[in-house]
Design a protein. Structure first.
Length: 94
C-alpha cells in the first residue's frame, strides 16, 4: 500500500472527502491524487488539523492508522459526561 493509498484509507475511515481534506489543509483539490512518497509541505498542517492520524503510518505503513494518544473517549456516569481527546478532557453535568 502506498502513502496515497494509506491516506485515502484514513479519509474513507473518517468519511472525509478528498476535496474537504485538501480544503482543510489549504491544498489544491488534486493534492491527494498527486502524492508520491511523502506528504510534502503539508505534513505539518496535516498533523495540526488531524492529530489522530499517525503520520508515520501514512508514510511508512508502520504502526496503526490512529494515534492511540489522540483517541476520543466518552464516558457517562449518572448525570456526568466526560469527554477525553488525547490528553485533554472535559467534564459536564447533563
Amino acid at each position: 500500500m502506498s502513502t496515497k493509498d494509506r491516506l485515502k484509507a484514513y479519509l474513507w475511515e473518517k468519511r472525509i472527502s478528498q476535496a474537504k481534506f485538501a480544503e482543510s489543509i489549504g491544498a489544491s483539490i488534486t493534492y491527494v491524487n498527486n502524492i508520491r512518497k511523502g506528504l510534502g509541505a503539508y505534513e505539518g498542517k496535516i498533523r495540526e488539523v488531524y492529530p489522530d492520524l499517525n503520520i508515520t503510518w501514512v508514510i511508512t505503513g508502520d504502526g496503526e492508522m490512529i494515534n492511540a494518544s489522540a483517541q476520543t473517549t466518552i464516558a457517562e456516569r449518572g448525570d456526568m459526561v466526560m469527554i477525553q481527546i488525547g490528553r485533554a478532557s472535559c467534564r459536564e453535568r447533563v
